[in-house]
Design a protein around this ligand. Sequence first.
Ligand code: FAD
Length: 416
Amino acid sequence: MKFSGFKVAKEALTGHKGWKPLWRNPEPKKSYDVIIVGGGGHGLATAYYLATQYGLTNIAVLEKGWLGSGNIGRNTTIVRSNYLLPGNQPFYEFSMKLWERQEQDLNFNSMMSQRSVINLAHTDGQRDAFRRRGNAMQLSGAGGTLLSRDRLREMLPFLNFDNARFPIKAGLMQKRGGTARHDGVAWGYARAADLRGVDIIQNCEVTGFRTQAGRMVGVETARGFIGAKKVGVAVAGSSSRVMAMAGMRLPIESHVMQAFVTEGLKPTLPAVISFGVGHFYISQSDKGGLVFGGDIDGYNSYAQRGNLPIVEDVIESGMALMPMIGRARLLRSWGGVMDMSMDGSPIIDRTHIDGLFFNGGWCYGGFKATPASGYAFAHLLATGTPHETATAYRMDRFARGYVIDEKGVGAQPNLH
Ligand SMILES: Cc1cc2nc3c(=O)[nH]c(=O)nc-3n(C[C@H](O)[C@H](O)[C@H](O)COP(=O)(O)OP(=O)(O)OC[C@H]3O[C@@H](n4cnc5c(N)ncnc54)[C@H](O)[C@@H]3O)c2cc1C
C-alpha cells in the first residue's frame, strides 16, 4: 500500500475501508541473520537501513512491549544539528540530511517541520560561545545565525526581556532545525522495514544471550530461543540491564526525564526555543499544545514516570523565561528512561563477544539522531567497521581519555 494524495482522497470518498495495518504481526522464525533487540526508533531505523542499504532482509526486531512504548514515543520531538565538536557535528549533520528526505524515503508523513531552533544566551560569555558554535556550524554546512536582542524581541515578543532575572543577550538559530512527530517516525520506519521483509516481533523480551566459543549464536526470549549470527542491541534506557546479561558494565546511568504538554493554544511559538540559564526548552505542537521539558530527575531509575520536584523546577524555569506560560493549563506529563553516558555522547560499537554489537548512551538527544544512528549501526553490523560519521563513538574512549564532552561539564550525567 503506497500513501499518496490520491489514496487519501479515494479513502475519504469510500469510507476509509481500504487502509491496511502498517506492519505484519509474524511468529518468530527459528533463526535470523541479524536480530535487533529493541523496537524503538534506533532499532527500527537500523533494520530499515540494513534492508535498504546493505541488502540484508533476514532480520528480526524484537521488542519487549509495543512499538513506540519507549522513548521514541515519549520525547519532545526536537530535531537539530547545531553541534560544535568534530566527533559529533558530522554525525548529527548526516542525521539532519536524512531527516530532510525521510518522508520521501519512507513514503510516510512523519510531520517533519523545519521551523528552526533558537538557543538563548543570557551572558556575554554565553553569547561569545554561541558565536563560536555558530561559526563551526556554518563551516560544516549545518548553517547557523546569531540573532541580536532586538531581532529576538521582534520574533519572540512574549519572552521576558524587561524584568528578567536572566536578561536575554542574543540567540543562536539553526533554521533547518525543528520538530517531527515522534511516534510517526517509529511507525514510518516499522512500515518501511516490514515492507522489505523484516519481522517485527512485539511482546518479545530478550532475557539472555547465548554464545558458543565466544561467538554469538542467538538470544533467549520470552517466546523461546531465537538463533542469530549477529545481534545488535538498541534498548536506550534499558542498556545497562540488557548488556549486563552479556557480562558488560557500561559507562551509562539510567535516569528519568519528564515532558509536559498544555492545552491547545492559537499559534504562538514560531520556533523551538531553549533557555540558556535553566534547563528548559519549549515548542508548540501542530495541535496547539505547548510542549516542554527540562532536567532529568535527580536519581537513577528504570521507571517510566517522574517525581514532583522536577515538575516544579521545570515550571519555574518556564515562568522565568516566558511568564505568560503561567496562564496555560497543563494537560499531560510523562516520563521516559534516559541512557545518560558519562560524556553526554553516544556509543555505537562492537563488544568483546564476536557478533554482539551495542548502540546506546543517547542521553536526551537521541531522537534527532534516529536516522543516522540507524544508518551507522546498520553499517557496523553489515561491514564490521564504523560508519565514517560515527568513528568517535567507541566504547573504549572513556578508558583512553578521548571523551566527547559537548558541554564541557565532565562526568556528570545530569549536566549533559
Ligand atoms: C521526555 C523526553 C524528551 C526527549 N526529548 C528529546 C528531544 O526533544 N530531541 C531528541 O533528540 N531526543 C529527545 N529525547 C531522547 C530520545 O527520545 C531518545 O534518546 C531516543 O528515543 C532513544 O532511542 P530509541 O528511540 O531507540 O529508544 P526507545 O524508544 O526507548 O527504544 C528502546 C526499546 O527497547 C525495548 N527494550 C528494552 N529492553 C528490552 C529487552 N530486554 N528486549 C526487547 N526489547 C527491549 C524498549 O521496550 C524500547 O521500546 C527525549 C527523551 C525523553 C524521555
